[in-house]
Design a protein around this ligand. Structure first.
Ligand SMILES: Cc1cc2nc3c(=O)[nH]c(=O)nc-3n(C[C@H](O)[C@H](O)[C@H](O)COP(=O)(O)OP(=O)(O)OC[C@H]3O[C@@H](n4cnc5c(N)ncnc54)[C@H](O)[C@@H]3O)c2cc1C
Length: 136
């Protein structure tokens, strides 16, 4: 199975599936995976991935999906990685807020918070919720 994206979502998905015996390859465009994870958690996660023989390919940017794999750019060249039964996409999240625009002229006041502003963490969503709660 190929997991596109070695952020927290991709790496934790790899961790979960590898524990159940799946052969996993993680493809990440940066030079390392889960760079932003807290050190202790990151070390434990990397150790489990190594123990479960998860293949980690870094510095490789997915450019196109093809039958059973992807075409990626790595080290200045293009290469095809194929032979995968499944591909999991974990290449980031973006804000989705169609209601914000739809409600703009229908209500007197509107406060948009959390991932509807920008996909981040629950901590940031909670902070914004608290600020809005105090303000109103
Ligand atoms: C795999 C994964 C792991 C994560 N792990 C962490 C973590 O460890 N720590 C951390 O801090 N953050 C983590 N996050 C991020 C965290 O989940 C989000 O930042 C947080 O949930 C944002 O809260 P929110 O209320 O803005 O959005 P959400 O939690 O997405 O809530 C929005 C809700 O609105 C509902 N909704 C959407 N449209 C409509 C509609 N039209 N009508 C009614 N309801 C609607 C949705 O169904 C959803 O229930 C993780 C995210 C993912 C995807």
């Amino acid at each position: 199975m190929l997991i596109g994206g070695g952020g927290e979502t991709g790496a934790e998905t790899a961790d979960f599936l590898a524990e159940y015996g799946h052969a996993i390859t993680v493809l990440e465009m940066k030079s390392a995976i889960v760079e932003e994870m807290q050190y202790v958690h990151r070390m434990a996660l990397l150790e489990r991935l190594a123990r479960n023989k998860v293949e980690i390919i870094t510095g490789a940017t997915v450019r196109r999906f093809v039958d059973g794999g992807v075409i990626c750019e790595r080290g200045g060249g293009r290469e095809t990685l194929a032979g995968f039964d499944d591909v999991v996409l974990a290449m980031g999240a973006v804000a989705y807020n169609p209601l914000g625009d739809a409600l703009k002229d229908k209500v007197a006041e509107i406060h948009v918070i959390g991932d509807a502003v920008k996909a981040r963490s629950a901590k940031e969503a909670n902070e914004e919720a608290s600020r809005v709660a105090v303000a109103v």
